[in-house]
Design a protein around this ligand. Sequence first.
Ligand SMILES: Cc1cc2nc3c(=O)[nH]c(=O)nc-3n(C[C@H](O)[C@H](O)[C@H](O)COP(=O)(O)OP(=O)(O)OC[C@H]3O[C@@H](n4cnc5c(N)ncnc54)[C@H](O)[C@@H]3O)c2cc1C
Length: 152
Amino acid sequence: MPGGIHYRPHGGDHGRWIKLGRAYNRKPSEPQDDIPTDPNFPEIVLRGASRLNPGLQQYYGRLPRQITHHGGCYTMTEGNWPLIGPMKTKNAFVAGALSGFGTMAACATGALCAGWVLGTRLPEFAERLSLSRYDDESFLRRLQESASTGVL
Ligand SMILES: Cc1cc2nc3c(=O)[nH]c(=O)nc-3n(C[C@H](O)[C@H](O)[C@H](O)COP(=O)(O)OP(=O)(O)OC[C@H]3O[C@@H](n4cnc5c(N)ncnc54)[C@H](O)[C@@H]3O)c2cc1C
C-alpha cells in the first residue's frame, strides 16, 4: 500500500467518527479555480484504508452521501522544495510552495522569511530555498534527480 492514507478519529473525546483521506492524485496541474473532483474518491479512500484496517470493509458501498470534501491541492515546485525569500520585485518576498508540509514548516518558514526581510544573518541553506537556486542549473538538475516528490 502506498503511503498517504490519512486516518484519524474525528469528533472530539466522545466522537464516533473516523476521518479518512488520501492524496492519490499525482498528476501536476496549473492552479485553477474549479478543481475537478473524482466521484469515486470516497470508495477509493475507503478501500485503501481497509487494507490497513479490514474492519472498514463493512462500509463498502454503504457510505452516506455528502460526507466528503476536497482538501485542496498541494502547492509545490517541480523539485518539491519550498520557495522562501526575496522575489524579483524589490521589497517583495515569498514564503510559498509549501506542498504537504506547510503546517509543520510554518514557524521555520516564517522565521527564515523574516530574516530575509530584516536582512539578518541567514543559515547556509537559505539561498537554496530561495528563488536564487534557479540560477544554478547544475544544482537544479541534481535536485530534480534526487528529490522525493512524495507527499504526506
Ligand atoms: C489536502 C492537504 C493536506 C495537507 N496536510 C498537511 C499536513 O498534514 N501537515 C502539514 O504540515 N501540511 C499539510 N498541508 C499543507 C499546508 O496546508 C499548506 O502548506 C499551508 O496551508 C500553506 O500555507 P500558506 O499560508 O502558504 O498558504 P494557504 O494556506 O494556501 O493560504 C493562502 C491564502 O491566500 C489567499 N489568496 C490566494 N490568492 C489571493 C489573492 N490573489 N488575493 C488575496 N488572497 C489570496 C487564499 O485564499 C488563502 O487563504 C496540506 C495541504 C493540503 C492541500
